[in-house]
Structures are given as structure tokens and as C-alpha cells.
Design a protein around this ligand. Sequence first.
Ligand code: AOF
Ligand code: ZN
Length: 352
Amino acid sequence: MSDLTFMKIALRLSLKGLGYTEPNPLVGAVVVKGGRILSCGHHRGFGAPHAEAMALERLGVSGTTLYLTLEPCSHTGKTPPCADLIIARRVRRVVVAMIDPNPLVNGSGIARLRAAGIATAVGLCRDQAERINRHYLKYIRTHAPYVAIHAGLSLDGKLSDDAGRSHWVTSEELRRLAHSLRGEFSAIMAGSGTVRADDPLLTLREAGWVGKKLYRVVLDSQNALPRSLRIIRELDDFPLVIFSSRHAADRSPRTRHHYFVDSDGNGLDLGEVLANLGRLGIASVLVEGGGRLIDSFVRQRRFDEVVLFYAPKIVGGSGATRLAEALELRDFRLSELASGFILRGFRPCSPD
Ligand code: AOF
Ligand code: ZN
């Protein structure tokens, strides 16, 4: 088996910490000797031992090769430097996917290994490692969270019907997946319009995310959310953060984390919103809508990724359209091209 095989295993392992490590990175470690895996580790969650420690802690064998998805740390944080542990365990060779841009590390982990005479290679599967740690990378470089926009859409691009109800655009299956997607982030965000129309809790109830802490963020420039809304309730694992305009008539905080920021014709200053979330240690945000909020993120160029869930439906235009009247297409087929995709579907009652 090759370096590539073992690095891919380390990358796959790193993903076991998905949703639990932020603002720290996802890291996987695999220890190999004579073509066999002796032990492995991954970073399980914020404050837990580093992947390297988990893999090497109880290893009595020297002369191994260690595969790491991120450069080992060289600083004393919550745990002693992993580079020192690697040296102490007399590892012979270290293969690292990417340098850790954390200013406390940034090449010094590799330098320390090399100074101790350990052969070190950097860059195997770098693209994949960077993709996996995209939240961490944005956060460590800019102190602002990574922003993904998520929306459930009909084929004609409708987020909701004319009454503003967004809840039933996509199917039950897609809604479950959308819910679970929340677990991959440190915070979810909604605009005041959506919060009023849908009265959501914005929590995470899906199995598989036990003990997960998730910030709920609401942008309400007027600071006029009715206190009766379900979201206003404080919940231990789901702290509520509200942002309103500095110019709001009512400046009284509705929650412990209520920030008043700049605003103009484009809505609240999202740069300031994200900087404040960064200061709370939030490394990623899933923006769930509605349309106006998503539009602000697009216009202010403050997003990093979009995740769009399409339902095979046509909602149709104006007036009194209701989601219940949306046309569901059957036998739809998707063709993927380099520059886009083509979808064909049939109206259920169209003659054969
Ligand atoms: C992790 N897990 O497996 C590795 C990390 O807060 P600390 O003391 O745990 O240190 C966090 C920093 O350690 C993190 O930003 C990154 O630079 C480095 N490596 N962190 O949480 C790990 N290997
Ligand atoms: Zn470490």
C-alpha cells in the first residue's frame, strides 16, 4: 500500500470529528510500519486530545511512518506540542497533507521535526485536506466564520410561496437532510421575515448530532421580533444571537448576545455581523434564508459556498400562488455538463 492510500485513510478519519471540533480543525492521523497500520487517531472535538496524541499515546514501537492531514502543532495550547511527542516516539518519517496556517504553528511544526532528523514530506492530498478544513482555514486567516448559503428551491427558483411560507417547498426527505446539514456548522442564521413567517426553533434534532452545540443567529434590523416567537426562548445547547441596526428605535437587548451594528440600504453590515460571530468563536455559519437575507449575503459578497436543494416542482409566478398548487414533475432526469446541468421532467397529467 502506498503513501496515498494511508493519507486517504487519515483524511477519512479526520471527518469523524465533523461538526464537533470548531473553531479547531479536523485532523486525522495514521501510524504505519512495514505496510501495516499500527494505530490511528482523529480530533474528536474541541478541547479533546489532538489526533497525533490519540495515535501515538500508547504506541511502544519506533521507526514508524506517520500520516497527518495537518501539520503537527509546535505550541503548548490545551495540550503539549505534538511535534515533541512525534520526536519522543522516534517516528522515522512524517507525511503531512498541509501546513497549518495558525500563526502559532505555520511551518514551525515541520521545522521542528526536520531539526530532529525526521524525514518530512508536505503536500500529499493538499487540495482534499484544504477542502475538508475550509471552515477552519477561513476562520484562522480572517477571524470571520465561513459562510454557506443553504436554500430549498423549486425548479423555477422559488424559495417560498406568495405568502412567504418556505417550509414545504422541498420534500420531507430533503428537509431531513437539510436539518442534518446544520450539524456540520457552528451556527445557523435566519432573517426576521422567515422567523416571523415560519416561527422555527432553529435547533438540531436529527439523530447523529448528540451533544452538539449550535448557535442560532437571527438578523432583525428593526429589533421588533415578538417575544412570543419560539426562537426567543433561551436553550442551553442552542444559544441565541441577535443582530439589529444601531439605528433601531428600540435598543433594548432581547437576549444575552444582542449586537447593534451598522446598516444601510443593503441591510445590516454583514462584515460587522461576521466579525462579531468570529469573536464568539464561531468558525462557520449556515445561512438558511429567507430570500432577503440570502440576497444581502450575495450583494455584499460575504458568502463562501452555496448548498441548494431543488425539489422537482414548478411553483409558478405571481398573485395567489400556494405551494399546495405547485406542479410536481415526474420522471425527471438530470444530465451534468461541465458548464451546467440539464433537467427534463414531465407534468403528471400530460398525455403520453
Ligand atoms: C486540534 N486538534 O488534532 C490538531 C490541532 O486549542 P488547542 O490547544 O487544542 O490547539 C488548537 C490548535 O492546534 C489548532 O488551531 C491547530 O493549529 C493545532 N492542531 N488542533 O484541535 C488536532 N492537530
Ligand atoms: Zn497538536
